[in-house]
Write a protein that binds this ligand. Sequence first.
Ligand SMILES: Nc1nc2c([nH]c(=O)n2[C@@H]2O[C@H](COP(=O)(O)OP(=O)(O)OP(=O)(O)O)[C@@H](O)[C@H]2O)c(=O)[nH]1
Ligand SMILES: [Mg+2]
Length: 147
Amino acid sequence: MSQLCPDVPGRPTGPVDVLLVAAVIMIDIDGRILLARRPEGKSMAGLWEFPGGKVEKGETPERALIRELNEELNIDVTEACLAPFVFASHTYEDFHLMMPMFLCRRWDGILTPREGQTLKWVKIQDLGTYPMPPADAPLLAMIRDFL
Ligand SMILES: Nc1nc2c([nH]c(=O)n2[C@@H]2O[C@H](COP(=O)(O)OP(=O)(O)OP(=O)(O)O)[C@@H](O)[C@H]2O)c(=O)[nH]1
Ligand SMILES: [Mg+2]
């Protein structure tokens, strides 16, 4: 067995439920990134995340994201403005999260938090100072290195 890439301790070996979530790294004209603080009452309340949500049956990740951004932030995004970037793949206690992340620099409408979230534009170098869900941690280096 390779010692370079040892198994991650605690990883389940049996069947798991894979949850597909589409999320977005929105970038404003100053190069800042939008984070949303999950409201009380939701799982992982208080943590800062990238906007997005679950992909429903019959949806592509892109269409799910277009719907979620309208529902959560009241903005309109077109598929052409969503560029595939990185993904998160992380085992939580009761499901495995598969989360494709898209980049988006253009949208229509005025950002409005419609689901009780707090929104914040954050400089890339400050991203690490916001507590985020564990799945998001490996994304930060990618964002810093490639944006
Ligand atoms: N949107 C989003 N979800 C994330 C991130 N990181 C992460 O672990 N998740 C997890 O992905 C799961 C689904 O996200 P969500 O709660 O936004 O889904 P949703 O918008 O469809 O919400 P709903 O089920 O309340 O309608 C949650 O367990 C959430 O904690 C992230 O950066 N952005
Ligand atoms: Mg959501």
